[in-house]
Design a protein around this ligand. Structure first.
Ligand SMILES: NC(=O)c1ccc[n+]([C@@H]2O[C@H](COP(=O)([O-])OP(=O)(O)OC[C@H]3O[C@@H](n4cnc5c(N)ncnc54)[C@H](OP(=O)(O)O)[C@@H]3O)[C@@H](O)[C@H]2O)c1
Length: 322
């Protein structure tokens, strides 16, 4: 009886300490544990990492972080000049030499060009250890005002583009018998976000597609990691689709918003990559709590979203304080 009481007290103290840790955390507890007790970034030294969407925001910061860890980089996006700028930044930081950063301009929507891009990377480095599918474009409009054309474009860029590039890289990884595929999904892939249906739907699809890939590739020694950031400062809002294909959202993020810095998000993602984590949630409060609620109490989460959703979700997703 005494032993049982001690055990129960120990469990209560453990859970209370985890809860307090979570209150002050900007990522899920599994990632926190790995940052303290897991592999450090040094394990990535010398790895060849291909990052898409590397010309700005999270991808740019990730390039800087991984350069700091001694990775050899491949930077892809459409804007060559911006990629060259990011390369210059990585080299300037003194962490990598120019030969260790390869710029490969790539349009994710140009599916036919993907096998050729893979060939170029393999000719240069002869291997790809980690592919980070990070490029993407947001979307802002009411559900009924979003044209089917926008829905289709959002799916093509945010889902099919990643599938196409991943399918082009996979045979190489399967032949080698190792590899690591990472995809930047987001809170919108876990919780339907009002006024971002096309983007949210695409991120949910991405989550499903890469979860299946994880299960199928496990026996090939290929790991799959899904990164789920909450609001982060970047160019995402400015370049977002609206309801009509002709318009960009065009609104710059306000630096007073309650968003995470891209460099912090990139650091947390780098730890998740070093520890080959399956899925991580990266967000400041109260978004992190919202993710826990929706995952572990879905009925309550749905009720909350339906009752207060539109207003609260918009405020939270916009990064402002609730
Ligand atoms: N910021 C957030 O709050 C947030 C939250 C959760 C998840 N995410 C996800 O994080 C990822 C990175 O976004 P970000 O926030 O860093 O936004 P960002 O600054 O706008 O970066 C988007 C990147 O995607 C590239 N891109 C866009 N269209 C492309 C195309 N057709 N082909 C190739 N590259 C293309 C852009 O480069 P080019 O224009 O040069 O092609 C840019 O490098 C996205 O998948 C986004 O959904 C962001």
């Amino acid at each position: 009886m005494v032993l049982l009481t001690i055990f129960v007290i120990f469990v209560c103290i453990f859970y209370a300490s985890q809860f307090i840790w979570l209150i002050f955390s900007d990522c899920d507890l599994a990632l926190q544990w790995n940052m303290k007790f897991g592999k450090q970034m040094g394990v990535l030294n010398g790895r060849v990492v291909w990052i898409t969407g590397a010309s700005s925001g999270i991808g740019e910061s990730l390039a800087m972080e991984l350069a700091g860890a001694g990775c050899k980089l491949v930077l892809s996006a459409r804007r060559r000049d911006e990629l060259e700028r990011v390369k210059h930044q990585c080299v300037e930081s003194g962490r990598v030499s120019p030969d260790d950063v390869l710029v490969v301009p790539l349009d994710l929507l140009d599916f036919e060009s993907h096998p050729h891009a893979v060939m170029c990377v393999l000719q240069y480095y002869s291997q790809i250890d980690i592919l980070v599918n990070n490029a993407g474009r947001g979307q802002r409009a009411a559900w009924e005002e979003t044209s089917l054309e926008v829905d289709r474009h959002c799916l093509e860029l945010n889902v099919l583009g990643h599938l196409s590039l991943t399918k082009s890289v996979l045979p190489h990884m399967m032949n080698r018998g190792e590899g690591h595929i990472v995809v930047t999904c987001g809170i919108e892939g876990k919780v339907g976000a009002p006024y971002s249906a096309a983007y949210s739907g695409a991120k949910h699809a991405l989550q499903g597609w890469f979860e299946c890939l994880r299960a199928e590739m496990y026996s090939h020694n290929i790991r799959v990691g899904v990164m789920c950031p909450g609001p982060v400062f970047s160019g995402l809002l400015e370049n977002a689709f609206t309801g009509s294909i002709a318009n960009h959202y065009g609104v710059k993020m306000d630096m007073n918003e309650r968003r995470m810095e891209a460099i912090r998000c990139a650091r947390l993602m780098s730890f998740a990559i070093a520890n080959e984590m399956d899925e991580v949630w990266i967000a400041r409060q109260p978004v992190l709590f919202l993710m826990y609620f929706c995952q572990y109490f879905p009925s309550f989460g749905n009720w909350l979203v339906c009752q207060f959703g539109k207003k609260i979700m918009l405020t939270v997703r916009n990064g402002a304080r609730v």
